[in-house]
Write a protein of this length. Structure first.
Length: 253
């Protein structure tokens, strides 16, 4: 199993194992919803990379609902097949684009992103949504603990991970900066909120002590608005108020 597609394979194996009607951590979603969501993600990424390669880059990205609504009507095995097929094609197309222009960029969900980042984006989505199906196990710990996926979330996605939290009344109030350390990794995830806006960044831990500590997989799950279990994997080093502000800001993507 190639490392680059380990997350996709882990997701599809899990989908096949649990079946389409299995509940997930996403309210109201079954495994069939997650399969349609992932199939739509990979299909949309292929559309963008193929259009870039043809010299006619797309200026807009279809919404989740536009992508997923027709896919939800497909049989579950067909969705799994599409995830596998389109991920393989996407990886090939991204590599071809990199051979032509290593620094190639395109428009994705209203942002300019590197073409090369789309394969990592699918890996990240697959790892998180596999966790939505089965929770914390050894595979989740390995996949979600990769620093590359944390760095991708910060640099490729960034502020959109805070949008839901920033509009919550619970996050209003004084500006806050929270540093989240992971025991296995050398840097801090820094979440800032001020005046209804916010940023996410990685920073050298020498700048200031951490406010919250977690294992690497739990830290990534927090960034994606999930609640890793057991809950004591996350520790408040600077008191419960800063932990609470962090959890409110990281309310999901």
């Amino acid at each position: 199993m190639a490392f680059e597609v380990a997350e996709i394979e882990a997701l599809t194996v899990t989908l096949d194992k649990v079946g389409p009607s299995a509940a997930t951590s996403c309210p109201g979603w079954t495994a069939h919803h997650i399969a349609a969501h992932m199939a739509g993600n990979v299909e949309e990424a292929r559309r963008h990379v193929d259009a870039w390669g043809a010299g006619t880059p797309l200026t807009g990205t279809r919404s989740f609902e536009e992508r997923e609504e027709p896919l939800r009507e497909l049989p579950f095995p067909e969705l799994i097949h599409r995830i596998e097929r389109d991920e393989t094609a996407l990886e090939h197309d991204v590599n071809a684009a990199a051979a032509v222009s290593p620094d190639a960029t395109l428009r994705w969900t209203g942002r300019t992103v590197p073409v090369s980042g789309l394969t990592t984006h699918m890996r990240s989505e697959a790892a998180v949504h596999r966790w939505d199906l089965v929770g914390d196990d050894d595979v989740s710990a390995t996949l979600l603990g990769q620093h590359a996926l944390l760095q991708h979330a910060v640099e490729f996605i960034g502020r959109p991970l805070l949008v839901r939290g920033l509009v919550s009344p619970a996050t209003s109030g004084d500006p806050v900066e929270v540093r989240i350390a992971a025991r296995e990794q050398p840097d801090h995830l820094v979440v800032r909120s001020s005046g209804g806006d916010g940023t996410i960044a990685l920073a050298d831990p020498d700048a200031r002590d951490a406010d919250v500590e977690a294992d690497a997989a739990a830290r990534l799950l927090m960034l994606w608005g999930r609640k890793p279990e057991p809950f004591n994997r996350v520790v408040a080093l600077s008191g419960e108020e800063r932990l609470g502000r962090t959890q409110q800001l990281l309310s999901g993507y």
